[in-house]
Write a protein that binds this ligand. Structure first.
Ligand SMILES: Nc1ncnc2c1ncn2[C@@H]1O[C@H](COP(=O)(O)OP(=O)(O)O)[C@@H](O)[C@H]1O
Ligand SMILES: [Mg+2]
Length: 443
């Protein structure tokens, strides 16, 4: 076992993690108890054979951790966990199930479980899970303890106590043409927006063939599919447990893990928007990668978005289709500054340049300015894929193309949505000067 994971008390004594076991099979309880007995920092302080007994013991003993079987007669583990998370919020529940229980992960998460163990349980897995859950739960437990000590009724706390009051601007990246670079741009814009103090969520809303997990090398069992069925009951804490962190600090909400699961999300077209709306207070920006398919899920996200980055390549089919999309946006009454037209795969090579549609022509045809021109560069893009990072994070030198252009786009998004205080001050100052001059000119 790795002692480094064991939190030490200030005295130097290792902290004891107290555990309650709830399982209807006595043999399972005994086995887990025996395994735990080997570890000096873990201690079983009680065992229950039914869900009901488990709830009663949880209230009485207030253990740090409960290891809870999911399938039990009388009250099952899900029901018991729901009751425990309400009445003993300082305790963290780890749910146990046999391998072939289909959607226990989702049900357990929604009940408030913090982690899972699949039977048969290995020793190291058991120890690691208990210690990790305990370390993560400590700040939450301390918060609740403080509230209780202050004499407040935690159930009367605001509906969303974890909301950080952030702006939650949604930035959708879209192209009507496959392979235009939507995903490449979405990951880079998300990464570029992530400055000090700015929290960014990247959402893979390419529901059938989402690439973000593969591009950023993220593996997780948890995707938006688990959240969609109970969107009205979803709380921010559950959401935060389901997002997958990337090494860079970016949080990622992965899309369905298989194309056939896309339907689960499409069945209730505004579920994903509702989820993002609910968690928006915890993020400054939510960047959404999309597929070419303009369905109700996507339209609902676009309606909510503060900015839509519309990606075009300098080819005839793409320009033609972008024109259709812009017409549609007009019909939807999207304000002009909501849509940012970006040209990707702009050729550098002189011969290719002759074949591509020049940016000025595209602007003329679409009657829109292009706010960013990203050159074609296989080298950087491929290297980023190999390193499982966004293109803008693949190289230290941020002045090189196409990193520079991609960062310019994220800076534009940032400045248009959150102008820095100094800039606002300068603008106000400018206005004052102007009015001073107008005054002097007698206007
Ligand atoms: N500016 C670029 N230069 C070179 N290759 C690019 C560029 N942008 C995207 N690509 C490549 O094009 C392919 C499609 O990009 P991707 O971002 O997956 O597009 P989409 O999400 O629109 O289908 C990928 O192989 C990607 O590496
Ligand atoms: Mg894509």
């Amino acid at each position: 076992m790795s002692k480094s994971a064991t939190p030490a008390k200030p005295s130097g004594e290792p902290e004891i993690i107290t555990i309650l076991l709830v399982d209807d099979i006595p043999e399972t309880r005994e086995n887990i108890k025996k395994m735990i007995a080997f570890e000096p920092d873990l201690k079983v302080i009680g065992a229950a054979g039914t869900g009901r007994e488990g709830v009663a013991l949880a209230k009485e003993l207030k253990p740090n951790i409960i290891i809870m079987d999911i399938n039990m007669p009388d009250m099952d583990g899900i029901q018991a966990t729901t009751l425990i998370t309400e009445s003993v919020p300082t305790t963290a529940v780890i749910m146990m199930s046999v391998q072939n229980d289909p959607d226990y992960l989702r049900r357990a998460m929604l009940a408030g479980a913090r982690n899972f163990l699949t039977k048969p349980i290995g020793m190291e897995e058991l120890y690691n899970t208990i210690r990790t859950v305990h370390i993560r739960n400590k700040p939450i437990a301390a918060q609740y303890a403080a509230v209780v000590a202050g004499g407040l009724d935690i159930r009367r706390a605001p509906a969303d106590p974890t909301s950080e009051g952030r702006a939650g601007h949604i930035v959708v990246v879209y192209s009507p043409q496959g392979g235009a670079g939507t995903t490449t741009i979405a990951t880079s814009v998300a990464s570029g927006l992530m400055k000090e103090g700015i929290k960014v969520l990247l959402v893979d809303a390419d529901l059938q063939f989402g690439d973000i997990g593969a591009l950023l090398n993220l593996q997780s069992q948890s995707t938006m599919v688990e959240l969609v069925p109970d969107v009205d009951d979803m709380d921010v804490e559950l959401f935060e447990k389901l997002v997958t962190p990337h090494d860079s600090g970016l949080k990622v909400l992965l899309g369905p893990s298989r194309p056939e699961y896309a339907e689960e999300v499409q069945r209730s077209p505004d579920a994903l928007s509702k989820i993002l709306q609910k968690v928006s207070g915890n993020y400054d920006y939510i960047v959404v990668d999309t597929s070419t398919h303009l369905d109700d899920v996507l339209l609902s996200l676009m309606d909510m978005a503060s900015r839509v980055i519309l990606v075009c390549t300098p080819t005839l089919p793409c320009v033609k289709n972008v024109r259709f999309v812009l017409d549609l946006f007009d019909k939807l009454n999207y304000p002009a500054d909501k849509v940012m037209l970006v040209l990707n795969r702009n050729p550098e090579d002189r011969n290719l340049k002759k074949l591509a549609i020049p940016p000025e022509k595209i602007e003329q045809y679409l009657k829109r300015p292009i706010v960013g021109k990203i050159p074609t560069d296989e080298m950087f893009v491929w290297r980023a894929v190999q390193r499982a990072v966004p293109v803008v994070a693949s190289e230290r030198d941020k002045t090189k193309s196409p990193i520079k252009e991609l960062l310019d786009i994220s800076n534009r998004v940032h400045h248009s949505l959150m102008p820095a205080e100094e800039e606002v001050a300068v603008e106000a100052d400018d206005k004052k000067k102007r009015s001073g001059l107008s005054l002097r000119l007698g206007r």
